[in-house]
Write a protein that binds this ligand. Structure first.
Ligand code: FAD
Ligand code: NAP
Length: 262
């Protein structure tokens, strides 16, 4: 990466500093970053940016894992990131160390938030692959969900058990939400004793996820957020369609909405 000349920082980016880094696997890591960005709500994302060796800015979207009203305040941001060997930015983010500088989008965005969920929904389902569990952990920490929903289901599908991250946050959610909270882990490329094996769409269609949680998918009570791998989002949307749910649009309320990570 080229040296960062502050004068050349594009509009919309502010300087941030890496405060902590947790390496979950060789490729999967969390960065805690201090940066003075505008207010965000649980479920949103911002940009992280660095200069490449040609002196060009490379910016990509990353979701905040922590709730904006967490202990250290909303300018203390946590991101869960996987380094893609062929990618421009994510391997460079994996090279960052505590104290390093990076740039952060000042204006967070995204519609995968609690505000967008229609009032008729009584059961919240959050289906994620890989790092897309991040925005759902932020939502899980929102104090309003215990009152608002009868059941809250979090599904995290990964390739290997080593990628089942943030177990402490999931345990905290179990404590805070009690019987309302249901967590299902899915591993696709290893035998997995404590959760399910396979992929989300098939495990919804054959009812294994619903059996494990004891919660059914029904219209109009269920609202499903799907986030992560675009092929998973597409196949899961089709599966939910087969189960009788419809895509949610602001102009035509339904039962599921999604965010693609690439
Ligand atoms: C709303 C949103 C939120 C996100 N949140 C997160 C998050 O919290 N955590 C996270 O890890 N990721 C997140 N992402 C994904 C993230 O923004 C990046 O896309 C990801 O980190 C890869 O960036 P990169 O620069 O390393 O890879 P890129 O350089 O963008 O490349 C990505 C892949 O595409 C391939 N590719 C790139 N250009 C081409 C081309 N021209 N032709 C063929 N193949 C190409 C590369 O080989 C590589 O495999 C999010 C994305 C979105 C849209
Ligand atoms: N995880 C790694 O070890 C690793 C290492 C290097 C680079 N990367 C790259 O980083 C990016 C993200 O990787 P990731 O591992 O977080 O996410 P991922 O490749 O999207 O895998 C996460 C989970 O999504 C599943 N999945 C894939 N396609 C699906 C579909 N159509 N329907 C339902 N489920 C589907 C995968 O199952 P399957 O296992 O059956 O595909 C896996 O269980 C990818 O570009 C990947 O190539 C990942």
């Amino acid at each position: 990466m080229a040296n960062i000349d502050n004068a050349a920082v594009p509009n919309g980016l502010v300087e941030g500093c890496v405060l902590a880094k947790k390496q979950w696997t060789e490729k999967l890591f969390s960065l805690e970053v201090a940066a003075s960005i505008d207010e965000y709500v649980a479920g949103q994302f911002t940009k992280l940016g660095l200069l490449n060796s040609e002196g060009e800015w490379v910016r990509r979207a990353y979701s905040m894992v922590n709730h904006p009203k967490h202990l250290y305040g909303q300018n203390y941001l946590e991101f869960l990131i996987i380094a893609d060997d062929n990618g421009q930015l994510s391997p460079k983010l994996n090279d960052l160390e505590v104290g390093d500088k990076l740039f952060v989008g000042k204006q967070p965005s995204g519609f995968m938030t609690l505000e967008e969920i229609p009032d008729y929904a009584k059961e919240l389902w959050m289906l994620s692959t890989g790092t897309a569990i991040g925005p759902f952990l932020s939502i899980l920490d929102d104090p309003s969900i215990a009152e608002r929903f009868d059941n809250i289901v979090l599904v995290h599908a990964v390739r290997t058990e080593s990628e089942l991250v943030y177990s402490e946050s999931i345990e905290s959610a179990k404590t805070a939400l009690g019987d309302k909270f249901h967590f299902v882990s899915i591993v696709s490329r290893e035998v997995h004793a404590t959760g399910l094996q396979g992929r989300i769409p098939e495990l919804l269609l054959n009812g294994e996820i619903q059996n494990m949680t004891g919660v059914t998918l029904s219209v109009p009570d269920s609202f499903v957020y799907i986030c992560g791998n675009p092929a998973m989002v597409k196949d899961t949307s089709a599966a939910l369609g087969e189960l009788g749910l419809t895509k949610h649009l602001r102009r035509k309320p339904g039962n599921f909405a999604s965010e693609n990570y690439w």
